[in-house]
Design a protein around this ligand. Structure first.
Ligand SMILES: [Zn+2]
Length: 420
């Protein structure tokens, strides 16, 4: 993996519009049914924006005369992929722990051997901002090789004021060293550090709130997240964090109903959260509350698979309620060491029963919606950022159907073709 760079061809100072013709477009446009397919389509980009998306027959003559032209030879084009839930910045890994589990070790034995989230906190805090960036780059590059153009990155392995700030600085830095849009989420309320064991309220007072204030002052926070679970934080504790987020004018989201039903999704909806994520134990009432609030349901099949969960998220209840559904990798060292959105789509279909349309929308339009970025990216519509992926497939279903196969042909971010 060599990482991605803007190709020299596009960085050479050619400021003409770029016409990408002879394409089959999946625009994901909201007003159209399904994937918004346009056969014999074309895209024009200028100054990083989409200035035309439609049938080639409708192209304005002026656009053709001035443009540099790329013939896509009938290939499929989708919006650039969006991974709306990751913990991609961390130190170390948990392969040893994985191995111990395979040899029959219990969670308690693993914890005694220094495993679990504690080990990720230790390994993360041992690295500098540069070290965290270096550690995250191979994971980010793997996602980029599949046409990723936007990624959400959470803190939550620092669990101290300095540690959380360092993770968020590393996340911001990644946006400067790769051609990708990074959205950060502050996740101080991820776990209770050892020194605060049994004292969640003190941890929130001493660390979670002050780190949030400092990170916000440094413009490091785009949204505030939490982990609402019996092994993490209660709804009352999350409420304190969300109230502070609201006071700072920051949107919220929540890890909810992953292992039990605490009513986290309903709480998130009451704050008009961007998303509630995981949701295996969500009930129909929670699904309705989310749909009414416009809170996106983010399903994470990587974690479901890796922890061998049996309870599936209530897909039909979410559909019946009219909730928007996104899917994401949840890339993290403990419960979802997954760095492929193509595989995430396949898992969402195979394990959860999502349709091909739901899978493709889940990593494009709905992922962007879950990040509050739908005005900027996630669909192919005039005026938005020119973020798209070109695929060597006969049909879009192949993107979901294949396992361990990457048919990316070209990758465009803000109008620039990206080399891999
Ligand atoms: Zn997560």
């Amino acid at each position: 993996m060599t990482g991605n760079k803007i190709s020299t061809g596009d960085a050479s100072g050619d400021l003409r519009p770029h016409l990408w013709r002879n394409a089959r477009l999946a625009t994901l446009e909201q007003q159209k049914l399904g994937l918004g397919i346009i056969e014999k389509g074309a895209i024009v980009t200028e100054n990083g924006r989409l200035t035309f998306v439609g049938p080639e027959a409708d192209l304005p003559v002026a656009a053709i005369e001035r443009a540099q032209i790329t013939d896509l030879e009938g290939r499929w084009v989708t919006p650039g992929l969006v991974d709306c839930h990751t913990h991609i910045v961390y130190g170390g890994n948990r392969a040893r722990e994985f191995e111990m589990r395979l040899q029959g070790a219990t969670y308690e034995e693993i914890a005694r051997a220094g495993g679990g989230i504690v080990s990720s906190v230790k390994a993360t805090n041992a690295l500098s901002v540069e070290g965290l960036v270096e550690a995250a780059l191979p994971r980010l590059d793997t996602l980029l090789s599949e046409g990723l153009t936007t990624i959400e990155i959470k803190s939550g392995y620092g669990l101290s004021v300095d540690g959380e700030l360092k993770m968020l600085r590393a996340a911001r830095r990644l946006e400067r060293v790769r051609a990708v849009r990074v959205v950060t989420s502050y996740l101080g309320a991820h776990a209770t550090p050892v020194e605060y064991k049994g004292r969640n309220a003190d941890y929130i007072t001493d660390v979670v709130i002050p780190a949030l204030q400092n990170a916000h002052a440094e413009h490091l926070v785009d949204a505030v997240d939490g982990f609402c679970e019996t092994i993490a934080f209660s709804t009352a504790e999350i409420t304190r964090v969300f109230d502070r987020a609201a006071a700072l004018g920051l949107p919220v989201k929540l890890h909810a109903e992953q292992l039990s039903n605490l009513g986290g999704a309903k709480l998130a909806a009451s704050y008009k959260a961007l998303s509630a994520d995981h949701l295996e134990y969500l009930d129909p009432e929670g699904a309705r509350a989310m749909a009414e609030a416009g809170t996106v349901a983010v399903l994470l099949p990587g974690a479901f698979y890796a922890i061998n969960e049996k309870q599936k998220p209530p897909l039909q209840a979410l559909r019946d309620a009219g909730a928007h559904i996104a899917i994401a990798t949840d890339c993290n060292p403990g419960t979802s060491p997954l760095t492929s959105l193509l595989l995430t789509m396949n898992m969402s279909a195979t394990l959860f029963g999502l349709t091909v349309e739901e899978c493709i929308a889940g990593v494009t339009r709905e992922g962007a919606r879950a990040l509050g970025l739908l005005d900027e990216t996630g669909t192919l519509e005039t005026g938005k950022s020119a973020d798209f992926a070109v695929w060597d497939v006969e049909s879009l279903a192949e993107l979901v159907y294949r396992i361990g196969f990457n048919p990316l042909h070209a990758h465009v971010f803000k109008g620039e073709r990206i080399d891999h």
